[in-house]
Design a protein. Structure first.
Length: 101
């Protein structure tokens, strides 16, 4: 219980057939920002640990995206015009960074 229970949510409203957001099914904590802030304040969060977590979760995230293509398309239609300038800037930065081109 204690601090960890507060970070991971209380699980109310989740039936037996529905996975809990922080469970082993590849979900994410209900309050991920709080978890990240706690990890950073204790010195446990580094670029290597974030990259390791992303690589570990990537297959699950891709699978969930593939299962919900219609929802992904709707969200990208709304978000892509806002993200496009940032992605173009990132593309230029990657193109001139040795080892990433």
């Amino acid at each position: 219980k204690g601090a960890w229970k507060g970070m991971w949510g209380n699980g109310k409203g989740w039936g037996k057939d529905k996975p809990h957001p922080g469970g082993r099914d590849g979900g994410i904590p209900r309050r991920p920002l709080r978890v990240l802030l706690h990890l950073r304040s204790t010195g446990m969060l580094s670029g290597v640990s974030v990259a390791s977590f992303a690589v570990h979760k990537l297959p699950t995230w891709i699978s969930k995206l593939a299962d919900n293509l219609a929802a992904v398309d709707r969200k990208l239609t709304r978000v892509l015009p806002v993200l496009q300038p940032a992605l173009e800037g990132l593309s230029k930065l990657v193109a001139c960074t040795p080892g990433l081109e």
